[in-house]
Design a binder for this molecule. Structure first.
Ligand code: NDP
Ligand code: HSE
Length: 454
């Protein structure tokens, strides 16, 4: 028999500020201070839309004395964030600390157990522990809201969960990491190097506390796992996402891609393929005539393709203080106004454990960059290997001649559709050729034609 779903408990009307909704905010970093700024600047408008004022009554940070761009005013300071869950003057807990486990998760679980709604921007925690937190929210009859966790300011959670509720989604994909998009765009537009642009993204507050989460694709994978669960009604399963980051993408790849009529983007894609759910995050060459190729800088974009609505493209700022806090504020207004939806769109018992699709069976086109000795027969050897594996070349580029044969010369080719397993086998054999100097670098090409139902 299905487990009963608790009724949602009414929110307390609060005592402070004449019926204000009292907020306990954990974390006053980039997003926390962005939230304070919005709540202070738009207080009247927010109160009108929420039906009551929103008031920060308590906060928790790691270092209370740290200089911050904004002062939270007369609030209670808790050294231990979990105390926000126990504070009788906190109606709603806002978790903006970060980290999949540790204090963030302890605080959210404690608040949900106490029946207090939780608003969070923490995609790592949701990707790792979303099922557990959703079950706790359901059994306590309270709310877990996380619009800010995916694609910053873009209201993609609401779009999938509510706006597209009558649709079957065939495919979704998007640029889900602002830091990577900022790095790739800036490298292309200015020729600056990777490390320099990453440091700038960190200064601007876009990057995660550990920026390897951004550049290695993990942050985008966290977000994709959340979106895939909402879109396909599946139990969230971050471990099943195929993940590759952008650290091997070079200035040469960006220039070659451009010459071939493409841009390089880190995409997250989720689609049913042969009865399995394929979730993948990796750099892609996308054609210059697709809208997503022109989503630049810190902007994110999410494309959904669904049975009734067709294709929808959402674009906006994917990271940064106020864009992210804008989504946190929207969740808080929903809670104050009594609007409520199950965490992953349907009660947990209706979520399915979908079989993960295999990347080895994935069929697509490839860009391959090789560093080879500039000598007769090299291309013939490479072509022979591709032919043996049933892969056909679409185009081949070699500029100039090697000045120094020790370093060789770059050769770039693109292929027609091939099975990933065949491509892996071919690249392994090419790497073993004496004339090939470095490990071949392959990037998938996504043509992004509209998908059919999988
Ligand atoms: P920051 O590192 O800027 O801020 C983190 C805050 O948490 C700081 O105020 C820090 O205190 C506080 N903190 C850390 N540990 C503790 C602890 N043990 N107890 C109490 N407070 C603690 O992070 P962001 O604001 O960038 O990110 C917050 C969350 O939002 C993360 O989950 C992130 O992934 C997510 N997010 C961030 C976006 C962005 O653009 N930055 C966009 C979308 C989501 P102190 O200031 O004293 O060090
Ligand atoms: N580090 C993340 C990004 C923050 O760059 O997209 C927004 O989730």
């Amino acid at each position: 028999m299905a487990a009963p779903v608790a009724e949602r408990k009414p929110l307390p009307t609060g005592t402070a500020g004449g019926g204000a909704l009292r907020l306990g905010v954990a974390g006053l970093g980039t997003v926390g201070c962005g939230l304070l700024a919005i709540l202070q600047r738009n207080a009247d408008l927010i109160a009108a839309r929420a039906g009551r004022p929103l008031q920060v009554t308590a906060v928790s940070v790691r270092q209370r004395r740290k200089k911050r761009p904004l002062d939270p005013g007369p609030v209670r300071w808790h050294a231990n964030p979990v105390d926000l869950a126990r504070d009788p003057e906190v109606d709603v807990v806002v978790e903006l600390i970060g980290g999949a486990s540790g204090p963030a998760r302890d605080l959210c679980l404690a608040a949900l157990k106490a029946g207090k709604p939780v608003v969070t921007a923490n995609k790592a925690m949701l990707a790792e522990h979303g099922g557990l937190l959703a079950r706790q929210a359901a059994s306590s009859g309270t709310v877990l809201a996380y619009e800010a966790a995916v694609a910053g300011a873009i209201p993609v959670i609401k779009t999938l969960r509510e706006g597209l509720a009558g649709n079957r989604v065939h495919r979704l994909y998007g640029i889900l990491n602002g830091t990577c998009n900022y790095i790739l765009t800036t490298m292309e537009q200015t020729g600056r190097d990777f490390a320099d642009v990453l440091a700038e993204a960190q200064r601007l507050g876009y990057a995660e506390a550990d920026p390897s989460f951004d550049v290695d694709g993990i942050d985008a994978a966290h977000k994709l796992a959340i979106l895939a669960s909402l879109a396909f009604g599946s139990i969230i399963d971050f471990r099943k996402v195929h993940v590759e980051g952008i650290s091997r993408v070079s200035a040469a790849d960006i220039a070659m891609a451009s010459e071939l009529g493409y841009r390089i983007k880190l995409l997250g894609l989720a689609q049913m393929e042969q009865g399995g759910l394929v979730q993948r995050v990796h750099p892609c060459l996308v054609p210059l005539d697709t809208p997503i190729a022109h989503v630049d800088g810190v902007y994110n974009a999410v494309v959904t393709e669904s049975c009734a609505a067709g294709r929808i493209l959402l674009e906006g700022r994917g990271a940064g203080a106020e864009p992210t806090a804008s989504a946190v504020a929207a969740d808080l207004i929903d809670i104050a106004a009594g609007r409520f939806a199950p965490v992953f769109g349907v009660p947990g018992r209706h979520l399915a454990r979908l079989r993960p699709g295999s990347m080895r069976d994935h069929v697509g086109c490839y860009y391959v960059r090789l560093q080879v000795h500039d000598q007769p027969g090299v291309i013939a050897d490479i072509s022979a290997i591709l032919k043996r594996n049933g892969i056909s070349i679409e185009s081949l580029l070699q500029h100039g001649r090697a000045v120094d044969d020790e370093r060789g010369v770059p050769v770039v080719m693109t292929t027609h559709e091939a099975r990933e397993a065949s491509m892996d086998k071919a690249l392994g054999a090419i790497a073993r050729l004496a004339s090939v100097l470095d490990r071949p670098h392959a990037i998938r090409i996504e043509k992004l034609n509209e998908a059919e139902e999988g």
